[in-house]
Design a binder for this molecule. Structure first.
Ligand SMILES: [Zn+2]
Length: 436
């Protein structure tokens, strides 16, 4: 049987140790069916469609393991302040006023367009009104885990906090098995916005439905002080003592984890998603990624929301993670390019419960592929694709994007929805936000 799509004519970096100067990726029924050197490809039957990379680098779609997509509306609304002031003084009030299902669908579409155009094909999005976000990612043709947000105070779509777990149940019932590319999950915001009863309820519901769940953890020193003051123990130990650490899929940030807490996460098989650009912007500190990796903890990378980054480019995140880790360790060997890329592909996939599906271009993996423009001066020459992606590449170098074997971006144009119209609508809505 011929392939549905054949990507040829480019340099293929299909994963660590899978690098061909001229490679071919064949996709059948959404999955990679063949990947390797063009000279070895058995040209038995012509494929249905051929995408010529014209010398550009071909690599697996990047995996953004943590964001809040609909916050594109609040990009640049409030910058240069502490996390606590930013959240309670600006973001929570703006969310209470402006977030609703229509806004989430619109602003998540903008996020999806931005991510696809910067080479991200899979995302983990934790926010509110997530049925609308699931619809947006499905429309964009982007792979996603959408996790319904949970906090103990009134939130968008959850005016009565006493009903928050009913909202979660309705969301899971509505979204399980509905969209081929979009899976549901739960997102307990943090230990300081979710009490013990809430954290236990989220853990139990995630287990009952067999879905992943996530939480921000040990992001700032202030958070650790607050959790210690309230419960007498640091955040990861707090989760362990509540009995919820074991079923937790991933914690986000992990900047202020103690060595003992890292051992605890390693023992419980909990992943850590690092969001280095957001940490830098909020001045939160730097996660000790080498220490996490040494313990065998899965580390993934995420952008965090567009209001604390302020973009959704995983290509930017690659460079920031590698450089910040080296700077923090004062050691240029602390985060090599190939390792950084592994975190943003296989590591992020594991941290979202998508092991074996995304992050590599090998037979059986999803046909999620990115093709870069071939002739950028800053990508010339290219001795090592991993080095080029981490140290020199820019989001705007992305030319074509394929998800599940479907071309969703061609020549930097999103094909699945009208991104220009979405941007115009978001600008109009932002004008209302500006006027207050
Ligand atoms: Zn976040």
């Amino acid at each position: 049987m011929a392939g549905d799509l054949l990507i040829k004519g480019g340099r293929l970096w299909a994963g660590a140790g899978l690098d061909w100067p001229r490679g071919v990726v064949e996709i059948k029924a959404g999955r990679v069916s063949w990947a390797g050197a063009e000279a070895d490809y058995p040209w038995a039957e012509p494929p249905v469609e051929v995408l010529d990379a014209q010398g550009g680098l071909v690599f697996p779609g990047l995996v953004n393991a943590h964001t809040h997509g609909a916050m594109t509306l609040f990009r640049g609304l409030a910058d240069d302040m502490t996390l606590e002031n930013w959240l309670t003084g600006h973001i929570f009030p703006a969310e209470a006023k402006w977030v609703n299902p229509e806004m989430v669908e619109l602003c998540t579409l903008l996020a999806a367009g931005e991510m696809l155009l910067s080479g991200t094909t899979t995302v983990c999005d934790g926010y509110f009104c997530m049925k609308a976000a699931a619809g947006a990612y499905a429309r964009a043709g982007m792979r996603a885990v959408v996790a319904q947000g949970v906090v103990d105070f009134p939130a968008p779509g959850v005016p009565n906090p006493a009903r928050k777990m009913d909202v979660c149940r309705d969301f899971l019932e509505d979204c399980c098995g509905v969209h081929a590319l979009v899976k549901p999950g739960l997102f307990a915001h943090s230990c300081y916005t979710c009490g013990p009863t809430t954290l236990r309820a989220v853990s139990e519901m995630a287990q009952a439905y067999g879905v992943p769940w996530f939480t921000h953890l040990a992001e700032t020193s202030q958070e650790v002080r607050e959790v210690r003051g309230r419960y007498g123990r640091p955040p990861a130990l707090h989760l362990e003592q509540l009995g919820v650490l074991e079923g937790l899929t991933a914690v986000v940030h992990g900047v202020w984890l103690t060595p003992g807490e890292m051992d605890l996460l390693a023992g419980r098989g909990v992943a850590v998603v690092s969001c280095e650009e957001s940490n830098m912007k909020l001045g939160s500190g730097t996660a000790d990624l080498p220490a996490l990796i040494r313990r065998g903890i899965t580390v993934g990378l995420g952008t965090d929301g567009p209001a604390s980054n302020n973009d959704l480019s995983m290509i930017g995140e690659l460079g920031a993670t590698s450089r910040m880790t080296k700077l923090d360790a004062m050691d240029p060997t602390a985060m090599p390019a190939a390792k950084t890329l592994e975190l943003a592909t296989l590591g992020s996939a594991r941290a979202m419960g998508l092991t074996g599906l995304v992050g590599r271009l090998q037979p059986g993996y999803a046909g999620d592929v990115v093709v870069l423009q071939p002739k950028a001066p800053h990508l010339t020459p290219m001795f090592d694709p991993a080095s080029a992606l981490v140290n020199a590449c820019r989001a705007a170098d992305v030319r074509h994007v394929v998800v599940e074997g479907e071309i969703v971006v061609r020549d930097r144009r999103v094909l699945t929805f009208d991104l220009k119209a979405v941007m115009a609508e978001v600008r109009a809505l932002a004008e209302k936000v500006r006027r207050g």
